[in-house]
Design a protein around this ligand. Structure first.
Ligand code: PXG
Length: 292
């Protein structure tokens, strides 16, 4: 595709963007990442994503090798060098090159790279028809293990959940926490609509503090919905009026079936579609300009 990649302070062609086999990001999944989007030449919620990246780094005692403003510039420059207006941006910071032991103290320099490209998780038809979920056997990580609030390079739990969902023909997996409450899906937060309320699990239930989740909560307030962050059971999902998922990559995806139960009338809900429309307006208007 001929992309230009930011790698450790340099911009290099993708063929030259290589990482050592001794990088602990690869050997142990020791690192953190962020996924952002730009719309219409502007990077959406750039500060919010960077703040979360620094928090993830802090949680695993990994110092992000650039200052906030330097990283911000590097992200903007990466998109610029690839001449993109609408893009998906991945920032990855690993513990860096070490030896074959897992001791992070042996890794003297973190590795950092930024890719600006495209992503489409689902075909357009699924956004129109809505997707189906299945509850998967794999549970969300314990908060007291690798806390799911950390966007770490350890996504195997989520990948197992995705495999379990797609193995039985579902589009996405609904992941429960150790108490049996709903946490989220494999790379998206979950919302339900019930009467005039917009309800989503709290972060303590094992949900990522999604940037899109926050945008949707703000939209909900603006259109007069009551917002609740509370523990949800599968029963709550099955009996909801509407259900949808949110994420930077997925954006807003209507859910029409969960574990074989039809949600609402089996079509994307009215409030879901309204929120989706508002989201599209906001993403077109807001953001940090790339070209000026
Ligand atoms: N939960 C999890 C576990 C995530 O990884 C979200 C929720 C949504 O958060 P934001 O901030 O994006 O609204 C994410 C982030 C993919 C993919 O390819 C998706 C994410 C991250 C990495 C890859 O599906 N979503």
């Amino acid at each position: 595709m001929g992309l230009i990649i930011y790698l450790n302070d340099k911009f290099v062609p993708e063929e030259e963007a290589k990482i050592s086999v001794f990088d602990h990001g690869l050997l142990y999944g020791d690192g953190v990442f962020e996924g952002l989007r730009s719309y219409n030449g502007k990077i959406f919620k750039l500060d919010e994503h960077l703040i979360r990246l620094y928090k993830s780094g802090k949680a695993i005692a990994l110092e992000i090798p650039l200052k906030f403003e330097e990283l911000k510039k590097a992200v903007i420059e990466t998109v610029k060098r690839n001449n993109l207006k609408d893009s998906y941006i991945r920032i990855v910071v690993t513990r860096g090159i070490g030896d074959l032991g897992l001791d992070p103290r042996k890794c003297k320099h973190p590795t950092i790279f930024i890719i600006a490209s495209h992503i489409q998780l689902y075909p357009d038809s699924l956004y129109e028809k809505g997707i189906d979920l299945i509850t998967v056997p794999t549970r969300r990580n314990l908060n007291e293990a690798v806390n799911p609030a950390i966007k770490s390079l350890n996504y195997l739990n989520n990948i197992l959940a995705k495999i379990e969902a797609t193995n039985v023909g579902a589009t996405e997996g609904l992941i429960l926490n150790q108490y049996g409450y709903v946490s989220e899906c494999t790379g998206e937060n979950i919302f339900i609509v019930k009467n005039n309320s917009l309800i989503t699990p709290p972060i303590s239930a094992g949900a990522l503090e999604g940037i899109t989740r926050k945008v949707v909560i703000d939209i909900g307030v603006n259109i007069g919905l009551q917002i609740k962050e509370e523990n949800l059971t599968r029963y709550d999902i099955y009996t909801s009026d509407e259900c949808f998922l949110t994420g930077t990559a997925a954006e807003i995806v209507p859910v029409v079936k969960v574990d074989g139960r039809i949600i609402g009338d089996g079509k994307p809900g009215k409030i879901t579609l309204k929120i989706r429309k508002e989201f599209q307006i906001i993403t077109e208007l807001e953001g940090v300009p790339i070209y000026e």
